[in-house]
Design a protein around this ligand. Structure first.
Ligand SMILES: *[C@@H]1O[C@H](CO)[C@@H](O)[C@H](O)[C@H]1NC(C)=O
Ligand SMILES: *[C@@H]1O[C@H](CO)[C@@H](O)[C@H](O)[C@H]1NC(C)=O
Ligand SMILES: *[C@@H]1O[C@H](CO)[C@@H](O)[C@H](O)[C@H]1NC(C)=O
Ligand SMILES: *[C@@H]1O[C@H](CO)[C@@H](O)[C@H](O)[C@H]1NC(C)=O
Ligand SMILES: *[C@@H]1O[C@H](CO)[C@@H](O)[C@H](O)[C@H]1NC(C)=O
Ligand SMILES: *[C@@H]1O[C@H](CO)[C@@H](O)[C@H](O)[C@H]1NC(C)=O
Ligand SMILES: *[C@@H]1O[C@H](CO)[C@@H](O)[C@H](O)[C@H]1NC(C)=O
Ligand SMILES: *[C@@H]1O[C@H](CO)[C@@H](O)[C@H](O)[C@H]1NC(C)=O
Length: 351
């Protein structure tokens, strides 16, 4: 995978709200377009689980620093593709409205696979009027007209994004086959009441990732960032190889194996448009895509292993030297500080 843009991975410690999720409900396989008031089993389970945990107190910096997870998130709408996904691996990720452009590239690079996304909209709570003497304080929080309008606008933005990929006749069977040309999307829009503009800049990454994960229904899952592009061969070769997928599922379930995803960054001295096109070049199909990628790294200096010139512990143990010289599996030894992206059995994450 190649990052189109750099970005600091903030590992914010906010924990999972819905840790016990009824898997039977979500594993229905056949999705449907779900809106707030017409949910199918999966989405309605998600909604009720989430909202049972909801407390409408805006998250504050103090609570955040004490490691108290935000409980002021609310699901606003779920979009659940009607199309069937074809690959055993779901990708789950978090996004805000600005990252949808990156997500669009990611979705085009993962045809037939499921990508589940939690899109975050922070809402800065207005100060409430203190209760009159002798009266109990009002519980709950009502959005102001301006906040409701902003949320409606955000919903439209996500809806437009989703519809581009969902329109079935044109996009899924353009050439007479029913194989999708893009990914299959499940998106949830969540908003979070926050106390101030500092908190409005701190995306609750772990909660959002976990929320997105709850919509993944395949045996294998991988958490990635929205600005990562997948190599063409992931969907077209690795996940199309039935014996490989059977082996991966087996090892993931029985031996708790995870598969580390080598990740590259584009050269940060280049302009953003240039970096986007380098990333697209690096992941494209070709005669020998891996040789091309190595060429872009060693000869052209266009890409290099992620974190190679920064936090080397983060991805160092992946060992890009060995990866460069082999096409076989090899073992990676965990070291403190290692934070790779990886493919894992969904059931293992649900434990
Ligand atoms: C929110 O609106 C409802 C209906 O108008 C009202 O009954 C309730 O008291 C309001 N809550 C707050 C906290 O203002
Ligand atoms: C609505 O969204 C668009 C783009 O998504 C943005 O340009 C516009 O400022 C937004 N309007 C409001 C009222 O938030
Ligand atoms: C779907 O098809 C329409 C019309 O050809 C096109 O504008 C749109 O970009 C396509 N969407 C995707 C995700 O390929
Ligand atoms: C249709 O498009 C898919 C995906 O691009 C491709 O795999 C398939 O071979 C195409 N089928 C025909 C008949 O061109
Ligand atoms: C499919 O995967 C198996 C097991 O990993 C491997 O031996 C085989 O070469 C792969 N086939 C193709 C066409 O890549
Ligand atoms: C990034 O690109 C610049 C300009 O082309 C080049 O001088 C530099 O060596 C490259 N960086 C790496 C790490 O390859
Ligand atoms: C990998 O191959 C390169 C070039 O062929 C060589 O310079 C390097 O030492 C090899 N690394 C390992 C770990 O074998
Ligand atoms: C990786 O380690 C396991 C357990 O130590 C071992 O069974 C396996 O053969 C190793 N795989 C490779 C490719 O070295």
């Amino acid at each position: 995978m190649v990052r189109a843009q750099g970005g600091i991975l903030l590992l914010l410690l906010r924990i999972l709200l819905c840790s016990v999720f009824p898997e039977t409900n979500i594993a229905s396989g056949i999705g449907s377009l779900v809106y707030g008031n017409k949910p199918d089993a999966a989405a309605s389970a998600l909604f009720s689980c989430y909202h049972a945990q909801h407390i409408p107190d805006p998250i504050t910096m103090g609570a955040y620093l004490r490691g108290i997870p935000s409980r002021s998130l609310r699901m606003h709408r779920i979009w659940w593709s009607k199309h069937r996904h074809r690959l055993a691996l779901s990708i789950f990720t978090h996004s805000d409205l600005d990252r949808l452009k990156s997500l669009e590239r990611q979705c085009r690079g993962y045809p037939g696979g499921l990508i589940t996304v939690a899109v975050w909209v922070p809402i800065i709570a207005e100060a409430t009027t203190p209760p009159a003497p002798g009266q109990k304080p009002q519980s709950g929080y009502n959005l102001t007209a301006a906040q409701s309008a902003m949320l409606a606008n955000a919903t439209n933005t996500v809806d437009r994004f989703y519809t581009t990929f969902e329109s079935p006749a044109i996009n899924s069977s353009a050439n007479g086959s029913s194989y999708p040309h893009t990914c299959i999307l499940r998106i949830v829009l969540v908003y979070e009441l926050v106390a101030n503009d500092i908190m409005a800049a701190l995306m609750p990454l772990n909660i959002l990732r976990n929320t997105a994960m709850l919509m993944a229904t395949t045996p294998l899952v991988a958490m990635v960032d929205a600005d990562m592009l997948f190599n063409w061969g992931l969907a077209a070769k690795v996940l199309m190889n039935t014996s490989r997928v059977v082996m991966m599922e087996h090892k993931a379930m029985r031996e708790l194996t995870v598969w580390v995803i080598p990740i590259f960054d584009t050269n940060t001295t280049r302009s953003i448009p240039e970096r986007v096109s380098l990333a697209e070049e690096a992941v494209a199909d070709g005669r020998n895509p891996k040789a091309k990628l190595l060429d872009m790294w060693h000869k052209r200096g266009d890409v290099y292993p992620y974190g190679m010139y920064g936090y080397t512990l983060g991805h160092g143990p992946t060992n890009y030297e060995i990866w460069s010289n082999t096409s076989s599996d090899y073992n990676v030894t965990y070291q403190t500080g290692y934070e790779p992206f990886f493919i894992v059995a969904r059931r293992v994450l649900h434990r």
